[in-house]
Design a protein around this ligand. Structure first.
Ligand code: C2E
Ligand code: CA
Ligand code: CA
Length: 422
C-alpha cells in the first residue's frame, strides 16, 4: 500500500471535499486544521473547525451518503485515511448493544443535520432501527436485532437469577487409583421457564459481562457448602468429600467475597476442607498481584483453590510456584491428546502423555494435587493414573447430575429452601 493510499496532504486553503460529492473515506487529522461548512441561502455557514486528533468526513463511511458538508484546509494538513471497509470490519466486532446505540445516535444526528439545512422535518419520533437503504444501515439493522436479543437475554438472566432459576448439577471426581468418589464439581444450569435447561456456555459469558456472575458465584459457593455438608452427613465413609464451585478471578480478589465464603461455611456448618474454589488459569494471571494476597487468606481459612483449564492456553508454570493453591486441573484438550490407535494419533498420544507427565512432575514437586478432566474412555483413565494423576473427572465416571442433596439451590421437587444471596 502506497503512502498516497494511507495519507493525503493539503495546502492551506485547499478544499478536501465538497458538499454533495460522493465520499468513501473519513480522515483523521494528523497535522493542521480544517473548517467544515455548508451552503445555505447562497451563503457559506461555517459549522465547525477540527484539529489534530479529530476526524472529518465520518458520515460518508458510515452510511455511504454524499458528503454533507464542505471541508477546507485552513492550514497545511496531513490526513490519515480511514476507509468504509476499515470501519465496517471494526463495527462487526463491536458489542451488538454498542452497535445499536451507535446506529441510533447516528440517525438522530442525520435528522438534526437535515432539519438544520431545512431539507426535511425530522420524524416525530426517531426510528429506533436505522433505515435499510444502505449497506451500512443493513449492517446496523442486523446489529439492532442482535442487540435486542442480547438485552432480552440479559434481562431474562437477571430475572432468572433473582427467581432462583439457577441450579447446580454435580459431576463426580474420583481417586485415580481406587476409583472412589472424592468430591463433586458444581456446574451451573439455568432452568428457564420457557427455554428449559440452559447450559453455562450460553449464559455465563452474558453473566460475566453484566456482573451477574457475582450473584451466580455466591449461589455456587452457598450451594456447594450446603451440598458438601449434606454429602458428608449422608454416610460416615464420605466424611472427607468436597464440592468445588467455579468462581471468577474478580470474585477471588474481592474481600467481600471472602466474607461470603466464610459465611457460607458457617451457615452450612461445613469444615473449610469441604469447599474448593475453581478458578481459570488465564484470569488468575491477569490479576496476579491482588490474587496472591487473597489466595493466602483462603489457604489460612482452609478452603481449597484449584487452577482450572490448565494447559488450555498459555500455561505459566512459574507463578504456580508462588501461589498457595492446592490443585491443578489438566484441561480436557490435553487429555484428548492421549488417545492412541493408528500410527499418526499414536505419535500425538505420545506427545500428550509427555505433556501430562511434565505437568504431573511439576505439580508434585510443588506439592500440588493434579486432577485430569474430560476423561471419556477407560484407556484415558488408565493412562492418566499410570502417569501419576491423583484424581480423574469426566463422562467415563459420571456426567453432571442433579443430586438430591443439591436441591437447596433451586426450587425443585424436593422443595428445599434456596440459599440466600448475601
Ligand atoms: P469447566 O469448569 O471447565 O467445567 C467442565 C465442563 O466440561 C462442564 O461443562 C462439564 O460438563 C464438561 N465435561 C466434564 N466431563 C466431560 C467429558 O468427559 N467430556 C466432555 N465433552 N465434557 C465434559 P459445562 O457444565 O457445560 O460447563 C462449561 C463451563 O461453564 C465450565 O467449564 C465453567 O467454565 C463454566 N461454568 C459452569 N458453571 C459455572 C459457575 O457456577 N460459575 C462460573 N463462573 N462458571 C461456570
Ligand atoms: Ca471448573
Ligand atoms: Ca475446566
Amino acid at each position: 500500500m502506497s503512502e498516497m493510499d494511507i495519507r493525503r496532504r493539503f495546502p492551506a486553503g485547499a478544499v478536501i471535499f465538497h458538499e454533495g460529492a460522493p465520499g468513501d473515506c473519513a480522515y483523521v487529522i494528523e497535522a493542521g486544521e480544517v473548517e467544515i461548512s455548508i451552503r445555505r441561502d447562497g451563503r457559506t455557514v461555517v459549522l465547525a473547525r477540527r484539529g489534530v486528533g479529530e476526524i472529518v468526513g465520518e458520515m460518508a463511511i458510515v452510511d455511504a451518503a454524499a458528503r454533507s458538508a464542505t471541508v477546507t484546509a485552513t492550514s497545511e494538513c496531513r490526513l490519515l485515511i480511514l476507509t468504509r471497509d476499515q470501519l465496517h470490519s471494526r463495527l462487526r466486532r463491536l458489542d451488538p448493544v454498542l452497535r445499536m446505540v451507535f446506529g441510533v445516535v447516528l440517525e438522530r444526528f442525520r435528522d438534526s443535520l437535515k432539519s438544520m439545512r431545512g431539507e426535511a422535518a425530522p420524524a416525530a419520533a426517531t426510528p429506533v432501527a436505522p433505515p435499510p437503504e444502505t449497506a451500512a444501515a443493513e449492517g446496523l439493522g442486523e446489529a439492532f436485532q442482535s442487540a435486542i436479543d442480547r438485552i432480552e437475554l440479559e434481562q431474562e438472566l437477571r430475572r432468572g437469577v433473582a427467581a432462583g432459576e439457577i441450579e447446580f448439577h454435580h459431576q463426580p471426581l474420583v481417586s485415580a487409583g481406587s476409583r472412589r468418589i472424592v468430591g463433586y464439581e458444581a456446574l451451573a444450569r439455568w432452568r428457564h421457564q420457557d427455554f428449559g435447561l440452559v447450559s453455562p456456555g450460553r449464559f455465563i459469558p452474558v453473566a460475566e459481562e453484566t456482573g451477574l456472575v457475582r450473584d451466580i458465584s455466591k449461589l455456587a459457593v452457598a450451594s456447594a457448602a450446603i451440598v458438601a455438608a449434606r454429602l458428608r452427613q449422608r454416610d460416615v465413609g464420605d466424611a472427607n468429600l468436597f464440592v468445588s464451585a467455579n468462581v471468577t478471578a474478580e470474585d477471588l480478589c474481592d474481600p467481600g467475597f471472602f466474607e461470603h465464603v466464610s459465611g457460607a461455611l458457617r451457615a452450612a456448618a461445613l469444615p473449610p476442607s469441604g469447599l474448593v474454589l475453581e478458578i481459570t488459569e488465564s484470569t488468575l494471571i491477569e490479576n496476579a498481584e491482588q490474587a496472591l494476597a487473597m489466595l493466602q487468606r483462603y489457604r489460612d481459612l482452609g478452603v481449597g483453590v484449584s487452577i482450572d483449564d490448565f494447559g488450555a492456553g498459555y500455561s505459566n508454570f512459574s507463578y504456580l510456584a508462588r501461589y498457595p493453591v492446592q490443585t491443578i486441573k489438566i484441561d480436557k484438550s490435553v487429555v484428548d491428546q492421549l488417545d492412541g490407535g493408528d500410527a499418526p494419533s499414536r505419535d500425538r498420544g505420545d506427545r500428550g502423555a509427555k505433556l501430562v507427565k511434565a505437568m504431573v512432575t511439576m505439580a508434585h514437586a510443588l506439592d500440588l494435587k493434579i486432577v485430569a478432566e474430560g476423561v471419556e474412555t477407560p484407556t484415558q483413565a488408565d493412562v492418566l493414573r499410570d502417569l501419576g494423576c491423583d484424581v480423574l473427572q469426566g463422562y467415563y465416571f459420571g456426567r453432571p447430575e442433579l443430586l438430591a442433596e443439591a436441591c437447596a439451590s433451586a426450587p425443585c421437587a424436593h422443595g428445599l429452601p434456596a440459599p440466600e444471596l448475601v
